[in-house]
Ligand binder design. Sequence first.
Ligand SMILES: Cc1cc2nc3c(=O)[nH]c(=O)nc-3n(C[C@H](O)[C@H](O)[C@H](O)COP(=O)(O)O)c2cc1C
Length: 243
Amino acid sequence: MLSIDELHELVKTRRSIRGYQKDKDVSEEQIRHILEVARWAPSGGNGQPWEFIVIRDAETRNKIAELFLKQQEHKREMEIAVRGEAKMTGAGFRDAPVYIIVLGDPRVNASYPVRTMEEKSDSHFYSGLANATLLIHLAAASLGLGSQYVSDASSPYLSVMLKVLLGVPEPLKVYHLIPIGVASTPVAPRPRRELEEIVNYENYDRQHCRDSQAIEKFLMRLTRRGSYGKKSWVEDDAGKAGH
Ligand SMILES: Cc1cc2nc3c(=O)[nH]c(=O)nc-3n(C[C@H](O)[C@H](O)[C@H](O)COP(=O)(O)O)c2cc1C
């Protein structure tokens, strides 16, 4: 059994990797092991909405990277329109030797009780897929491999193009693309909020509830939002940015 210290270490070791060594392969055994871990993810009603496509073919991976870059054009345009500038992630995952596409089958939402199905079909469906996805990342990290979330895989353009390219039938949905490989450079941990800020005992500590200024500071200092863009969501909320 994994000790809590080992688990803690594993969770801290996992990083989102955005550059991979082209000549370092990942074995079939490693991929099977990673997916064997993923299928033990918890899911609402034990509906297990996940299915996976493992892609090694270089031409297919290259096509996917090109499709990804194409869908970035709209994203960039929207960033510039709203925030005045855009700092986009490129297809840094292109060289990863294996891509895993996580698919979801929403028909299994019928595994939930009727009220849950009415209220929470979508959130339960996506929570299940998120759990399997996280286990993939952790399993890869435990093998010393790097991985990344490419959540734009589910954007309308990319998900449709991926479904056609890979022969994915309706009603399956494309959730995330996960490149797996050996990181080209070590990645420093991204900051996390301190435990004291986020944990409350018995009652909610109102001092924890951040005002707009504190949220703004957090967004700009500790999140991806701060790495680019001049207008803030706080301004946006106040209607100043007109969005
Ligand atoms: C739901 C979700 C979607 C994400 N989408 C992307 C993505 O599309 N591209 C990307 O490079 N990273 C993506 N990330 C990774 C986050 O940026 C990353 O987890 C966060 O910055 C913390 O860094 P770390 O993973 O190295 O700890 C996503 C993460 C989650 C949980």
